[in-house]
Design a protein around this ligand. Sequence first.
Ligand code: NSS
Length: 434
Amino acid sequence: MADKVYINQLAEHVGDEVTIYGWLYNKRSSGKIGFLIVRDGTGIVQVVVSKSEVPAEAWTALQEIDYEASLKVVGSAKADARAPGGYELLVSDLEVIGTSSPDYPVQLKEHGVDFLMEHRHLWLRSPRQVAIMRVRDEIIKAIRDFFYDRGFTLVDTPILTGAIGESAGTLFSTEYFDLGHAYLAQTGQLYGEAAAAALGNIYCFGPTFRAEKSKTRRHLTEFWMMEPEMAWCDSECSMQVQEEMIVYVVGRALERRRAELEGPLERDTSALEAIQSPFPRLSYTEAIEKLQAAGSEIEWGDDLGGEDETLVAEDYDRPVFIYNYPRQAKAFYMKENPEDPRTVLCNDLIAPEGYGEIIGGSQREDDYDKLLSRIREEGLPEDVYQWYLDLRRYGTFTHSGFGLGIERTVAWITGVQHIRETIAFPRTLNRLYP
Ligand code: NSS
């Protein structure tokens, strides 16, 4: 495959004889000329085959070829503004590497979502899904660059853990040799806190797991979370970082993936252009007052549900912070608010256009006694949190961090309705296949 060229490199090979490998996306023929659309993952190209220019076997093979057959195509590259993708290949030889079949399941017509999910391994080949994966990749790279450029160190935290990270209700557990149960990590945060005391500013990025029996468009049982943890940074400082990061990431998606957003994804990019500082901020108490004024039955002390978030966010064209929730609505590790001990120093960031919460963050409880009493209040096993309490025993420090859900962020930026399309192989309450 020494002479192999990818479709997105054709611009550098105009006039050359090149070989491309790919899959048949579409075809039509008129008499002695066949027009194929071939995709190779990097792009699509129109392949023009004249009966008189190719060996007889190649012409015969072409007559029988089915969608998604894999091909080797040799031809000379030509720029053609009218061709999909901007280039044409005038073919001198063509070989079918792997045949397909007329019953290729994912046809170019509409299918129901269940059917598509069942065929996710093939559905991924379609232009819209490819575009989502490319935007996802750009978002992840942008976040990594954002933190790298600011001196944060990536620390990988364990997936098999002995301690509950968020709440007991949503744990996947498994047998772990002679040590009893291990849990699949709900968060890397607790380990991130230890690493922040070693390195200052860190982030972890990995798969996290919630055995949530929610069937909403915002929940997966396995999702990827980016979690920075910052030493000597309070809740206010953390919100500042969140805002800068989101503005940067949306900007990068627009700069480098506009073609995907405006093409196959048909995203209204003007809504993304509006994502600029400053983001509006409401205290939890203000959010409750706003909801009550809008006729909601919600009471002070309740957590906000998806619909409440949408209602609070609908007046704004950019993400909105809701900060300082009641302690009973939030996890045990959040720092008590010295100005109102009924609440904790924390924030959620709610995306616009009804996409809901994309970030949850907080300042961490740095007082040994208060943290211990919260662990006891929640009925958590004290012994497995000794290492976590050590961080308060030996040089406790002001620190904060947050978790950005990658799939929810990709859903918002790409404009897809359900987060199951934002990860290659989603895991939900009722899906473990493919
Ligand atoms: O539970 S979170 O609100 N917060 C944490 O896990 C903290 N330990 C983060 C931290 O401070 N380091 O989850 C954070 C985000 C949330 O805003 C969502 O964007 C996402 O993680 N998330 C989910 N995405 C998809 N599916 C599910 N089930 C899910 N749960 C949270």
